[in-house]
Write a protein that binds this ligand. Structure first.
Ligand code: FAD
Length: 464
């Protein structure tokens, strides 16, 4: 892979027209990182096309180099996927940000990749339709980034992740050819499902320039319950018992003792359960029948009390619901306020094994003198692990963190889990993939990569 010289960049700028290509240091700075706290690399240029045709021009130019191209959505990724770690040109999709069509007969919405996920929610919900995937970053992340990573969210327990909603996409391959994949058809048993391969490919196989997403009717009723417990086992057992009783919540989140304390300090107020609360279960229910929802709320309360809930707080009114969500929603900022530097993992295990995994995380923290904070999705087994640096000196931190993270990954593997539930592999978790997947699987992935991108220009060094 070559580094583009100024003459190469000027040639690209000529082909695209004015205002598309930039290589001034000030601007590049904005594209040097994503939301992972451990990575930074200045790209050699940034290209901001306005159409699929322009994306194709960029990739044809890059193939001539060959030059590395790093696709970028909103830069909220936490695995370094959009960071130009080995140099190259960042291809920012930020100007492709139109919602193109809301098809109320076929229950689909078609949009360009830079549409912010939260904005798409508003557009479809205004027509009483629902796009369930809800990454916690939805106020700033983009649909293209969500598709590229296969983003999840709190509602995955009932509704699945982004992958379950992508019906069609327009993509540009590394050689600049444009492909239409999938369609508005709900069913598709017509050959290999290339679209499925692209969901979660993290910008390594193609650039997504348009997406068609499946919608469902917006549920008429919603309720939120917050149950504080003395310990995490009781919180996760409550969720498991609900699922066994055929109550599938739309959200089943948990928080541990350290995260509750972080939220309490950050919000600067007392939180439910007071000082006895060692864990929270945050349950959301939705549906079409108010009476059924109320029955389910009672059942959640009963099960929670049987498992030792310190109290049961329930809300059907939107304002009160937001209040119950507040401690969970503020966690990214609350943990950062405790410790600007955090070592993270986004592991997933079969959901019944969440308490065992959290126990292993805490033990790894104790062994290495690190504070471990865990929260996440009790309903789908995805645990967000956060080791807090706080005031630890640089040497101890860089010695201890890799060991603690390695032990968490080993425990995850033993429990039948995977290294990423929803944040993707990017560059930070690339070594982990080899530890979890058989070499045969990795070899087939490498062949797929070569079939899509024989010169290796798309997001080199990511995933594989
Ligand atoms: C506070 C916070 C909370 C978060 N919560 C969640 C959560 O609940 N669930 C979750 O899944 N994630 C979460 N994330 C992670 C992140 O928001 C998601 O991974 C999101 O999908 C990234 O979207 P983006 O547009 O920012 O993509 P970027 O960060 O710009 O890119 C991510 C990856 O996708 C590729 N890419 C982006 N756009 C395209 C495109 N058009 N074509 C091809 N490749 C592309 C990039 O090359 C990169 O590999 C969170 C992040 C933060 C900071």
């Amino acid at each position: 892979m070559r580094s583009p010289a100024v003459a190469d960049l000027e040639r690209l700028a000529q082909r695209l027209g004015s205002g598309r290509v930039a290589w001034g240091a000030d601007l590049l700075e904005r594209y040097a990182a994503d939301e992972s706290t451990r990575l930074r690399a200045l790209p050699e240029a940034v290209v901001r096309p306005r159409s699929t045709e322009e994306v194709a021009i960029v990739l044809r130019w890059a193939s001539e180099g060959p030059f590395a191209v790093i696709p970028r959505g909103a830069g909220t990724g936490v695995a370094g996927g959009a960071v130009a770690v080995g140099g190259g040109v960042v291809l920012s999709l930020e100007r492709l940000d139109r919602v193109l069509e809301l098809d109320e007969e076929n229950l689909t919405v078609t949009c360009e990749p830079a549409v912010v996920t939260g904005r798409l929610h508003e557009v479809v919900e205004a027509q009483s339709l629902f796009y369930p995937p809800d990454p916690a970053s939805l106020a700033s992340c983009s649909i293209g980034g969500n598709v590229a990573v296969g983003a999840g969210g709190a509602r995955a327990v009932k509704y699945g992740t982004t992958r379950n909603y992508v019906l069609g996409a327009q993509v540009v391959l590394a050689d600049g050819s444009v492909l239409e994949l999938g369609s508005k058809n709900v069913k598709d048993a017509s050959g290999y499902h290339l679209l499925d391969l692209l969901v979660g490919s993290e910008g390594t196989l193609a650039v997504i320039t348009r997406v068609t997403l499946r919608l469902v009717p917006l549920p008429s009723y919603r309720a939120v319950l917050l149950l504080p417990f003395a310990d995490l086992k009781a919180a996760t057992t409550t969720v498991a018992r609900l699922v066994r009783a055929r109550i599938v919540p739309s959200v089943a989140e948990f928080m541990d003792d350290v995260t509750i304390d972080a939220a309490r300090r950050y919000l600067d107020r007392d939180l439910p359960g007071g000082s006895r609360a060692g864990a929270y279960a945050l349950i959301e229910l939705d549906g079409e029948s108010r009476s059924l929802l109320e029955e389910q709320m009672l059942r959640v309360g009963e099960v929670g009390e049987q498992e030792g809930a310190l109290e049961v707080l329930a809300a059907q009114d939107a304002g009160q619901q937001e209040r119950l969500w507040e401690s969970r929603r503020c966690l990214a900022e609350a943990l950062r306020a405790l410790s600007p530097e955090i070592g993270k993992a986004d592991v997933v295990v079969p959901r019944a094994r969440v308490p065992i995994l959290v126990d292993e995380v805490k033990k790894a923290g104790l062994r290495h003198g690190l504070v471990a904070a865990c929260f996440g999705h009790a309903g789908d087994g995805n645990v967000h692990v956060n080791f807090l640096r706080q005031d630890l000196d640089e040497r101890s931190w860089s010695d201890r963190l890799p060991q603690a993270l390695a032990e968490v990954l080993e425990a995850t593997r033993r429990l039948g889990g995977l290294p990423s539930g929803e944040h993707g592999i990017g560059v930070l978790k690339r070594p982990d993939l080899a530890r979890f997947l058989p070499s045969e699987n990795l070899e087939i992935m490498r062949r797929v990569k070569r079939a899509f991108d024989p010169l290796g220009i798309l997001n080199p060094g990511k995933v594989l």
